[in-house]
Design a protein around this ligand. Structure first.
Ligand code: SF4
Length: 418
């Protein structure tokens, strides 16, 4: 989207009636493949009715199944895999693109202009037995520190007040260049070069790369938020082994216990997978006990899906789909109580809240360090001034809590009282 905008094209609010419609696909797991194909077919239908002129398909699905797709959906006008920008611009300009191709990086659009995402590396060099990403995206390649710092500064100039650093695994940043503490050094560079009140949020830290030094660095950060999104996938050693999840310098419990020991408020988020081949009832119970022990603020979970071409697809002991679904349901219900009790700890306390949206009636919605954009809950605010705008920051007293969201009253800040 950044490259298309830079080349002078305008984005239409909807596909119907646009000159060109492009699907940015995901091909990571089967449901995403099915959803992407559905979206492509919807656009092909619009094209057959004359409502769009050209249809393009880009991203992971093209990298994974490009050959088959080209054969089966010939109505698509152009295709481009991950990070391939030149073919898109060439198609848009009718083949006359002068795009020379740098490293293909463009500023990623955010959910709004005050929240932006910044990708620091591409690909993954791990080999989790269920995962298609290394095959689709290739090994981990870290961007140069100077490029990232420059892009972050540009985002801040454009009005970003929260920047989320993203990658398949932030902790492996710099490892492809032989660096040990690449992420910590990058945070040092970013913190010194960015405005002091900007929020930096780290999304996706693989447990094997988490060290005490990193936890202390995050906890003591000036702009880095005390928020950790560390996908564990499972806790039972047998299952982690089958998943080929490598243990790092810290044990799984040790990571989270250390984080909470350094800073009891640390917001902890994780992701779990249930129904992995070989997962017995007691392995699943092990995972529930682990969630009970750590008391994550938030957990995302999904049931194993056997992906074509992965090692896990052929493992013995495949768990019936029905069992996977019921374990998923049970895990989410189990975690709901834990999430609620973590949320309740903040009732009666004040938090710094970034406003994401505000209404003229004095209500607004925002997030604190504990809520990542789009994936976590929100804070419903009352007491906002009529002129409150997205990107403003306020101090708010938490008055109520539910499993996902908090309610709070604004007690001070740019949007209050004036
Ligand atoms: S670390 Fe993440 S992206 Fe890399 S192989 Fe494992 S699950 Fe896939």
């Amino acid at each position: 989207m950044g490259a298309i905008a830079e080349a002078g094209y305008k984005t239409a609010p909807q596909a119907d009636g646009a000159d060109v419609a492009i699907v940015n696909t995901c091909g990571f797991i089967r449901p995403a493949v099915e959803e992407s194909i559905g979206a492509i077919l919807d656009l092909v239908e619009l094209k057959s009715r004359g409502s769009v002129r050209l249809v393009g398909v880009v991203g992971c699905l093209v990298a994974r199944y490009g050959g088959e797709l080209r054969q089966n959906i010939p109505e698509v006008d152009f295709w481009a895999g991950c990070e391939e920008i030149a073919p898109i611009l060439k198609a848009l300009s009718g083949g006359a693109s002068e795009f020379s191709g740098d490293d293909g990086r463009r500023r990623l659009p955010g959910s709004s202009s005050h929240v932006r995402y910044l990708k620091i590396s591409e690909g993954c060099s791990a080999a989790c037995s269920y995962c298609t990403i290394p095959a689709i995206r290739g090994p981990s390649r870290s961007r140069a520190v100077g490029d990232i710092v420059g892009e972050a500064a540009g985002l801040a100039r454009d009005g970003a007040v929260e920047i989320c650093l993203v990658a398949q695994d932030l902790t492996s940043y710099g490892a492809d260049r032989g660096e040990n503490d690449g992420l910590v050094s990058l945070l040092d560079e970013l913190e010194t070069s960015l405005p002091g009140d900007l929020w930096l949020r780290l999304l996706y830290l693989q447990p094997s790369g988490v060290s005490r030094a990193l936890l202390e660095r995050v906890a003591g950060g000036r702009q880095v938020l005390p928020y950790l999104d560390i996908p564990i996938q499972h806790s039972a050693p047998k299952i982690l082994n089958l998943m080929n999840r490598v243990e790092g310098s810290m044990g799984m419990s040790e990571i989270f216990e250390t984080a909470r020991e350094i800073r009891p408020d640390f917001a902890l988020r994780t992701t779990c997978m249930v129904g992995f081949p070989g997962e017995s009832r007691s392995d699943f119970e092990h995972l529930l006990r682990f969630l009970e022990k750590i008391r994550f603020d938030r957990v995302g979970a999904f049931a194993f899906s056997p992906e074509e071409g992965t090692v896990a697809e052929g493992l013995p002991g495949q768990v019936p789909k029905r069992t996977g679904s019921s374990r998923l349901e049970r895990l989410m219900a189990f975690q709901a109580d834990i999430s609620l009790s973590r949320q309740a700890l903040f009732v009666g306390r004040e938090l710094d809240v970034l406003i994401d949206s505000a209404d003229a009636d004095g209500t607004a919605e925002g997030r604190s360090f504990r809520e990542a954009p789009d994936v976590d809950g929100v804070i419903e605010l009352v007491g906002a001034h009529r002129g409150a705008r997205p990107g403003d920051r306020v101090r708010a007293l938490v008055t109520d809590a539910s499993e996902h969201d908090l309610a709070a009253e604004i007690v001070a800040g740019a949007a209050w009282g004036g």
